[in-house]
Write a protein that binds this ligand. Structure first.
Ligand code: DHB
Length: 388
């Protein structure tokens, strides 16, 4: 197979990149080792920055973010048994959309296939070759186990945190700045009405909880847990007890829990984002802890920067933007890393936290909610800095 841009990974980053490239007249091939069904049903985060929704508008009515999703103009920060609204609309005149990532993926896959995109599921990339030449290629194995080689002019790793392309860019599959956290999130989906009009991010002496939503009848909730916990070791009654203990003062609307999972917490930024004719976007380039919902939004921001650079390179032979790709993308990546780390450290209770640590944390939370500058920083970062 021969194409201009070979993209590994049919997640939000890879699919959006193929769309933007196609709009610019640049053809690509997208491969993913998962099945379409797996991609469209894996439960991930649910918050889209305003800029992410605007980029998705470019696929036309296929994007249902504005029609099926819900605009949220604020969140509630809760601590010490009291809620404090962060009013995004009033503070920064921006909002976010609650629209689950797997729904974004359904929209993008439908739009790409309708557009005739060469999009192949069940294809496993094994390695990248000749990334330092103008003719890099991906060596892969297709769904039937047959070898598949994709010759291209540029190779993009949009293949997630266990990226295969990363090795060709950083020289190792792991090379990067890394931080682990001593806790995880226990996530549940339940059949119940919403417990509150907006998302609640709650700090309590018992740990963190996030009360999120999916629809009028399905809710998404998370609570801080030990990273080694077995998700099946809790009864439903115990899960409700854990959740309720972390949002004192809120009366949770309970209902049958039909999905449960444990999310690990890591911060990671690859040492290199681009080498020769290979570049990384999204989770292949970086991971953020989930607090603040930056993961998919950051992937979209990388793609906006890379697509512009690929247009200059492949249409005009201009290498300046691709040479600046890593530096440009990293500015936002480190801001998002800081925000995700900050929300995490401000809201969770680390195992072994002292009384000093707890009281300092309450001082920090009060500083944020009692100051318009503090609330404004949170609102700017949460709704998303302007796209480059
Ligand atoms: C959701 C996940 C997040 O990490 C977050 O910060 C907000 C919402 C969610 O899945 O709904």
């Amino acid at each position: 197979v021969r194409t201009r841009v070979a993209i590994v990974g049919a997640g939000p980053a890879g699919l959006l990149l193929s769309h933007l490239l196609a709009k610019a007249g640049i053809e690509s091939v997208v491969i993913d080792q998962r099945t379409r069904e797996e991609i469209e049903t894996t439960i991930r985060a649910g918050i889209l920055e305003q800029g992410t929704v605007a980029i998705l508008d470019s696929i036309g009515p296929a994007s249902r973010a504005r029609t099926v999703g819900h605009r949220h103009d604020g969140i509630e920060l809760r601590f010490d048994g009291e809620g404090h609204r962060i009013d995004f609309a009033a503070l920064v005149d921006r909002g976010v959309w609650l629209y689950p990532q797997h729904e974004v993926l359904k929209d993008l896959i439908a739009a790409r296939l309708a557009d005739g995109q060469d999009l192949r599921f069940g294809v496993t990339a094994e390695r990248v070759e000749d990334a330092d030449t103008a003719r890099p290629r991906i060596v892969a194995v297709d769904a039937e186990g047959a070898p598949l080689v994709i010759d291209a002019e540029f190779v993009v790793g949009a293949d997630g945190s266990r990226s295969v392309v990363r090795g060709a860019v950083t020289g190792s599959s792991t090379g990067g700045y890394f931080r682990e956290y001593p806790f995880a999130w226990f996530g549940v989906l339940c059949e119940a009405p919403p417990s509150a009009p907006e998302l609640i991010y709650s700090n309590s002496a018992n740990g963190f909880a996030l009360i999120s939503q999916r629809s009028a009848t399905v809710q998404r909730m998370y609570f801080q847990c030990d990273p080694d916990v077995d998700p099946n070791s809790f009864t439903e009654a115990q899960l409700w007890e854990e959740l309720q203990a972390r949002v004192p003062g809120v009366d949770l609307q309970e209902g049958p829990i039909f999905q449960r999972d444990v999310l690990r917490f890591r911060s990671f930024v690859a040492f290199e984002l681009r080498k020769g004719r290979a570049a990384l976007v999204g989770d292949a380039a970086h991971t953020v802890p989930p607090t603040g919902a930056k993961g998919m939004n950051l992937a979209v921001a990388d793609v906006v920067v890379l697509e512009r650079a690929l247009r200059a390179l492949l249409l005009d032979g201009d290498e300046r933007l691709i040479d600046a790709y890593a530096e440009t993308a990293l500015r936002r990546i480190w801001k998002a890393q800081h925000f995700s780390w900050w929300m995490t450290s401000m809201l969770h209770v680390a195992p072994g936290a002292s009384d000093f640590d707890r009281l300092r944390q309450l001082g920090e939370l009060s500083t944020v909610v009692e100051s318009e500058a503090g609330r404004t920083y949170l609102a700017e970062a949460y709704t998303g800095w302007p796209l480059a």
